[in-house]
Every structure is written in C-alpha cells, then in structure tokens.
Design a protein around this ligand. Structure first.
Ligand code: ADP
Ligand code: ADP
Ligand code: MG
Length: 665
C-alpha cells in the first residue's frame, strides 16, 4: 500500500479523506492557502504544505504547486476530493507524467464524461437511456426552433461544458427561444469559455436519482445502489438520501446495470456517479457522469457499510475489488443535510464571518442509530468569501426512513452555530413537510413549497404551549437568580409569585411557574404542563422532557423577553406582568424605514459589474449590477421601473452588508 498520499483539497472533504487514509496506516499530507493556515484539515494531517494565497486560482487550483508539494513531501499519490482539480484531466495527466498516482479515474474517462454532448453520445451507444433531444451543438435560432418543435415544448437549453446548473434555461414556448438561446450561450461562454449549447426535453417534476459505481483497473465494476437528490435549490442539492423511496429492486437493478455499462464503455476505474432524472412514470434518463467522489457519498456509505475513499485508494494502488455485485446489500435508510452558510430568512443569501460558536451534535454509531457529521471548520474559524459555503454535512441513519428523519431532526435540534447565518431552520422546515415525509418529492419541491421564499414555520397549538411554558420557566429562573445578586434587586419584585403575561405569535397568554422540586410545573392559560429539564441560566439550548416527549429549543434573552427558535420557527416572545401588558397598548408600532429607493448590498462581496449609469431610465427586471460572493454570482434586477439617481459603487469595489450600491429617484 502507499506510504503517503497528498490531499489536494480543503474543508470537510479534505478531513474526510485524511481520516480514511490515516485509518489505513497511510500518512496524509494537507495543502493549505493563506486563509486555511489554521483550518482543521491542516491540523489533522501528518504534514501540511502552504501552497499560496487565499483565492483558489493561486492555491487549490494551481497544478504546479500541488505537484511540487508532492515532490517535496514524497507523497506517492494524490486524492483530489470534489470540486477544484477533481475533474481536471490535465491535472490527472500531469500527475501521471511525474510518476505519481491520481486517485481517480483515467484522464481519458474524465475527458469523455466532462462534455455533456459527447457523454450523451457515449451513453447512447452503451445502451443507456438518454433524455430525448438533439445530440449536437445548436448553432442558430432556426435550427433550435426545428428541434424544439420536434421534441415538443417545454425544452431545456444546456451548456455542453456545463456544471453547477450554469447556462441552463427552461423554454416554454417558441417566442422565448431566441432570447434564452442567446443568454444561455453567453453564460456558457463566460463561465466555461465554451459557448456550445444543446437542447433536450424538459422533464416536468422529475426526481434526481443517481447511481454510485466503483470500478477497479481489471475491468470489475459494481453499482452501490442509488441516492435521491431531488431536494435542490437553484440546482444545488440540499438534502440527499439513500435509498430512494421511488425505486423498487427491479428499477434499481436496471439503472445500476446501465450505469455500469456506461462506466465500462469508458474504461472507468475508481468511484464515480451516474446521474439520472426519473419522470413521474418512472422512465429514467441519463443526465451526466461525475468522475469523482461525490459530495453526498456518505449516505451510500451508511447503507452499504463501505468506505468509498478506502476503496478508491485501494483501486488506485492497483488492488482488485474483492466484492461481487451480490454481496452489495442496502441496509436501512440514510439522510444527508447540507449545512450551508446562508441566511434562509433573507432569500438564502450567502453569509460570511467568524463562527463565534460551533458545537455540532454528538456523533454516534450504535447498532440502531448513526449520526455522522462531516465537517471541516472549528469554533473561532472563519467562513470566508473564497470558497464554497458548505459548513458541514450532517447525516443520520436508521432502520427506516421515518427513523432516519426523526434522528436527523433531533441532531439538527442540538446543532449550535453562531456568528453567521445558517440554513438549519430551513432544513427543519423540510423535515416537517408532509410531502417530504411521505416521500412525495421532485426537483421542484422547494420552488413549489416555498414560492415566496422561506418565511419560517408556524407552530402547532401543542408546540406553542410547550414553548410558552419553557420560555416562562427560563425567564423566571434567570430573573430569580438575578434577584439574588446584590445590587440587582428588582425594585418592583413583581414576579416573586411567578405570574407572567407573555405575548407569543401576537397572542397574549397568562403563565404561572409553580413551586417545584424535580419536575417543573408551568400553567399556560388553562393548561398545566409538567416537564423535566436541567437548563440553567447561560445555556443557549433548553432541553425538556414532557412525558417522554423531548423538546429542544434555542433561547436568546432580549430586552423585553426571549427569542425562541424551534424546528424552523422563530418567535420573539415578550415576557412581562399583567400591569405592563396594559401599558403595551400605548407603545407605537415601530416605523418601517423605506429602503425601496435604494439598492442595498445584501451580503459582503465583490462588485463584478455595474449595468446602469446615473440618470438612466430603467425597466422592471432590468439587470442593475452583479455581486460575487462565495463563488456565486448574484445578479440584481430592478424590482420596478424608475430612474437612477446616483451610483455609489464601481466594478472591482468590495462591498459590505447594507452598503448603498444605487439610489433611485
Ligand atoms: P455533487 O454532485 O457532488 O453533489 P454538486 O453538484 O452539488 O456536487 O456540486 C458540484 C460542485 O460544485 C462541487 O464540487 C462543489 O465544490 C461545488 N459547489 C457545491 N455547492 C456549491 C455552492 N453553493 N456554490 C458554489 N459551488 C458549489
Ligand atoms: P450540472 O452539470 O449543472 O449538474 P445536470 O445535467 O446534472 O447539470 O442537471 C442539474 C439539475 O438540473 C438536475 O439535477 C435536474 O434537477 C435539472 N435537470 C437537468 N436536466 C433536466 C431535464 N432535461 N429536465 C428537467 N430537469 C433537468
Ligand atoms: Mg449534475
């Protein structure tokens, strides 16, 4: 086996690869940029080499620097993780030219599968079913219109060199074709330096289901079941699971065998993923093959019991796969939630900054339950603008899908992240959704269920009563303790009797904390609620057991009460007494400041381009400017027609949150 390998990546995936290598007795070398000097992957590796400045171009994407780090440390092979150089065939060739081993497929397979037009051609020849369409470049509108009318609207225009959803345009009718064709070509040219686009049938409400394959260098290739990744936002996966509730063993076998036959057609070795979309009638169509370890590979590991990184390393070293297809069995159900640094309440804008608190839930792996958290950040670390915004991948495994969901919810309850925005409330919201729980999902799930964006979950009656009891209890406990500190005596002593008036979701409730021993008793209007908790002032999370039913909520004390967060809901609860409650009538509603005359920068980022000048008359929907943050370009459009009064920023400017970019008349 290898003595030493280098991991050409960062973050959670670098940590994950390093751990498997070390578990096999292989030394692992990390590489890091300026921004990652103290990142976990740098710290857990056996050696770490600095390879340059923070922008990926000057570090993680610099082939020369990575190869010279291999020479310097004597690493024999390199694992590229995902993203960065993982699907770069020039890098794979360069590695081999220097007599090192690339832990991934042959460069020729990367090339064949890297281009969507050519990969679809190969797939078709290998007997794989492909989306109806035209397998060639679309040169002009006339040709496009002919093909579109042959296959029937709606159609999808895609960039041949595409990835990350870039360049894709859904076209519903011929009148939109020309404009979409041009904008798709432009985006493809800009993103990939290759403006070739093609057309395929747009499948409505499809499911994204992909097959994991693993192949050795002796022609053995196996499929390791499927993953369903239908929960996507803007073509980015958010929640993945294995197996898929939509497949039966027959369909699984059929898709698995087609995936293997495609892999064999390009002499594949290593781990790879063949992506399909599946329509409502269970017809499945090949989308693309990802020639690397996939972000969501842990769910496959959880249901197969295999370590994919270990298999990749062994196969790269030249070992033969010891498994046969019959030995691959899928056990139980696994889910993965991608925890992103983004603010779900502000249209999922990327969020950057320091992790002032980072306490993931406890990982466990007992017989009936697994919680796994792949992460590459530390408390005190920074989520920077340079790399992708994924903080961690939280996975759960249970015997059934229901169990996996409930383990996931409990793990998310305990996840504590402060200092930056994160999408845990949104993830909670999906896990509460009845369609999700019933397995009725499609790639349109998020669009259909959150047409106005994410606004927070509403609580059930029962949840609200329980949270009202917990908020009252926490407030009373803290207040009683504060009273005992000299100099902090409350001049009114009004709540010595434990009676409160609280305002929860615009409704006033009367609550009362009773004298207690082990069990807490709180009255909420006419209800008497009993629970056990070990909460004490200073704790952010309150965990309480109501007759075997556990609730974990997050509390933040504020001037007038407590903000309470629970499973996707966020409420600011006012806590006072009956007398103060009467005074609330006299408090004026806060004035809403009119910001409609400004374009404010919603996140820290770089102004890439400014589309308007002072004095311009603008139309609704017109592009105003674009700001890049965390690898994503965010285009801002005019919400209504108007006139540009002042432009406060120019291309190249670094912007902070709420900086005024444009003023309107
Ligand atoms: P996978 O297919 O392995 O799940 P994705 O298709 O979600 O991965 O993402 C493909 C690549 O895009 C990944 O290699 C990852 O580095 C990058 N990526 C993932 N999420 C984002 C994001 N929100 N913004 C920019 N890049 C991303
Ligand atoms: P990328 O390389 O950008 O990942 P893919 O071809 O893998 O592009 O497609 C990304 C996502 O776009 C899929 O997961 C699916 O949700 C959607 N998609 C792709 N092709 C189609 C299609 N023909 N019809 C409907 N949705 C599609
Ligand atoms: Mg894809």
């Amino acid at each position: 086996m290898f003595n030493k390998i280098l991991v050409a990546n960062r973050g959670e995936i670098a940590c994950r690869v390093i751990k498997s290598a070390q578990g096999m007795g292989i030394k692992a070398v990390a590489v890091y940029s300026d921004a990652d000097r103290y990142s976990p992957h740098t710290l857990i590796a056996d050696e770490a080499i600095h390879i340059g400045e923070s922008p990926a171009q000057s570090s993680y994407l610099d082939k020369e620097k990575i190869i010279s780090a291999m020479k310097q440390t004597g690493a024999e092979a390199v694992h590229p993780g995902y993203g960065f150089l993982s699907e770069n065939s020039d890098f794979a060739r360069e590695v081999e030219k220097n007599n090192f081993i690339f832990i991934g497929p042959p460069s020729s397979a990367i090339d064949s599968m890297g281009d969507k037009i050519s990969s679809k051609k190969i797939a078709e020849e290998a007997g794989v079913s492909i989306v109806p369409g035209f397998l060639g470049e679309i040169s002009d509108e006339k040709q496009g219109a002919k093909i579109a009318s042959d296959i029937g609207f709606p159609i999808l225009i895609k960039a041949s060199a595409g990835g990350g959803g870039k360049g894709m345009r859904v076209v519903g009718s011929e009148s939109d074709l020309k404009q979409s064709l041009i904008s798709s070509q432009n985006e493809a040219e800009k993103s990939f330096g290759d403006k070739r686009v093609f057309i395929e049938k747009y499948i409505t409400n499809p499911r994204h289901i992909e097959i994991q394959v693993i192949a050795d260098k002796f022609g053995n290739c196996l499929y390791l079941g499927e993953r369903e990744c239908s929960i996507q936002r803007r073509n980015q996966k958010v929640i993945e699971e294995a197996p898929s509730a939509f497949l039966d063993s027959q369909l699984r076998k059929k898709m698995g065998e087609q995936a293997v036959s495609l892999a064999k057609a390009v002499n594949y070795s290593s781990a790879g993923t063949v992506e399909f979309i599946v329509d409502e009638e269970k017809n499945f169509y090949f989308l693309e093959m990802n020639t690397r370890l996939q972000v969501e590979h842990p769910v496959t590991e959880l249901v197969t019991g295999l370590d994919l990184v270990e298999l990749m390393i062994k196969v790269a070293f030249g070992e033969q796969l010891k498994l046969s297809q019959e030995e691959i069995t899928l056990k139980g159900w696994a889910l993965e939630s991608r925890i992103y640094a983004e603010d779900p309440y502000r249209n999922f804008l990327p969020s950057t900054g320091r992790l002032t608190k980072f306490k993931p839930p406890q990982e466990t792996s007992c017989g009936d339950k697994v919680i796994r958290n792949d992460c590459g950040v530390n408390e005190g670390g920074e989520i920077s603008i340079y790399y992708d915004p994924m903080i961690s991948k939280l996975c759960s495994w249970g015997k059934t899908r229901e169990e996996a969901i409930s383990f996931m919810q409990a793990a998310l309850d305990e996840y504590q992240i402060e200092g930056i925005g994160q999408n845990i409330p949104f993830l909670h919201s999906v896990y509460r959704n009845q369609d999700f729980c019933a397995g009725n999902i499609s790639t349109a799930f998020i669009e259909n269920n959150y047409p106005e964006g994410f606004k927070g979950e509403a609580l059930t009656e029962e949840e609200r009563s329980k949270l009202a009891a917990l908020v009252t209890f926490a407030y009373h406990t803290k207040d009683s303790r504060d009273q005992a500190i000299s100099g902090r005596l409350d001049p009114f002593q009004e709540n010595a009797d434990g009676e409160y008036a609280i305002k929860f979701e615009d409704q006033w409730l009367s609550t009362k904390v009773q004298k207690h021993d082990d069990e807490q008793i709180v009255n909420v209007d006419d209800l008497e609620l009993r629970f056990v908790t070990s909460w004490k002032p200073g704790d952010t999370l309150i965990k309480a057991e109501f007759n075997k039913n556990t609730i974990v909520a997050r509390l933040r004390f504020q001037d007038q009460g407590i903000a309470v967060e629970y499973r996707g809901s966020l409420n600011t609860v006012v806590v006072c007494n009956e007398y103060e409650k009467e005074l609330f009538k006299f408090i004026k509603e806060p004035e809403v400041i009119d910001t409609s005359k400004f374009l404010l920068c919603p996140m820290p980022g770089l102004l890439v381009s400014m589309g308007v000048n002072e004095g311009d008359a603008i139309e609704e929907g017109q592009i105003l400017c674009s700001v890049e943050a965390m690898k994503m370009e965010n285009v801002f459009r005019a919400e209504k027609k108007g006139i540009v009064k002042k432009v406060n920023a120019a291309a190249g400017d670094s912007l902070a949150v709420d900086d005024i970019i444009i003023e309107f008349e």
